[in-house]
Design a protein around this ligand. Structure first.
Ligand code: NAP
Length: 286
């Protein structure tokens, strides 16, 4: 199949491209080849490449940057996705769009199902909610895949940041009142590939099993990496001012994909597998 992946140099994009190649003909693009805000360029590029399937993983993902630059976030994430959706409509391609737990407000201690009502509380979440509506309005054959707290090989993520501070003997303060599910990009890419086999279009929540606070996530990483005696201060998000306001309890439940047998492993298993692959677990403890 001819598949076009946007955001191909990002965390998820890299995992997708390596999973889908060489079984499929993959066109991997990022901002240096095509800026998704340029509607004419997107239309021309898609017309040339003629993908049968587009996986749209490109986005502005720095939530604090989005909070400081809400118009840009809306333009890239919301209207950039409109451009992708219109191009898919024109060439009759299927679109798999990646969205986020941050479309929900996280105000109640309850899990979110796929068709619960979004209510974004920050500019990143709002821009991604606009993107979802563009996809639903413009492309008949679409999947919207929401996920949360991605970690991937290459680049630097929450796991690396926590371990770096511990290695350097720096103090650690991590919030307890932000709860969601860490998800390994490699597992997510595998689940997306399975979902694509179903032709059952609609909204899906593809996240690891289980849930965790930021503090629990950090604690688990330190424990498996041999830093069991390193303390982590529990703080509330009110003691950690930042530009964006993350939802407090935005836990996605995988209801619909699980009914098709598509379930990601527990986040602890996935974090351990990631750390093993990165050589972050001391010998004898892997
Ligand atoms: N990361 C998470 O924890 C998380 C959680 C839930 C959902 N998601 C969603 O999952 C998807 C993939 O996330 P990720 O973590 O893989 O993101 P990422 O690592 O930030 O990758 C996104 C890619 O999109 C590119 N991009 C940004 N603006 C663009 C533009 N105008 N035109 C073309 N490309 C552009 C970025 O380029 P630059 O690096 O040069 O900006 C980057 O290479 C996104 O849709 C995100 O919203 C992510």
């Amino acid at each position: 199949m001819r598949i076009l992946v946007t955001g191909a140099k990002g965390q998820l994009g890299r995992a997708l491209v390596s999973l889908l190649t060489p079984a499929h003909t993959v066109t991997a693009i990022d901002i240096d080849q095509l800026n998704i805000t340029d509607s004419a360029a997107v239309m021309a590029f898609f017309g040339q490449a003629q993908p049968e399937l587009v996986i749209h993983a490109a986005a502005l993902t720095q939530v604090d940057y989005c909070a400081e630059n809400p118009d840009e976030a809306l333009w890239v994430n919301g209207y950039g996705t409109r451009n992708i959706a219109l191009a898919c409509q024109t060439i009759d391609a299927t679109l798999m769009h990646i969205s986020t737990n941050e479309v929900f407000d996280g105000a109640n201690i309850a899990v979110y199902h796929e068709y619960d009502r979004p209510n974004p509380i920050n500019p990143y979440g709002y821009s991604k909610w606009v993107a979802e509506q563009m996809v639903r309005d413009l492309v008949a054959r679409h999947y919207i895949v929401r996920t949360s707290w991605l970690f991937a090989h290459g680049g630097r993520n929450f796991i690396h940041a926590i371990l770096e501070r511990a290695h350097n003997g720096q103090s650690l303060r991590v919030v307890v009142n932000e709860v969601s599910t860490p998800t390994y990009a490699r597992d997510l890419a595998g689940a997306m590939a399975q979902l694509l086999q179903t032709n059952l279009y609609g909204i899906y929540h593809l996240v690891s099993e289980g849930r965790s606070s930021r503090w629990d996530f950090a604690r688990y990483v330190l424990d498996i990496a041999g830093h069991t005696n390193t303390p982590i201060e529990r703080i509330s998000s009110y003691e950690y001012p930042r530009a964006s306001t993350p939802p407090e309890y935005a836990v996605l439940r995988n209801y619909a994909a699980a009914r098709q047998g598509i379930v990601l492993r527990h986040w602890k298993e996935a974090v351990r597998a990631f750390c093993e692959a990165e050589g972050l677990i001391p010998e004898g403890e892997a």
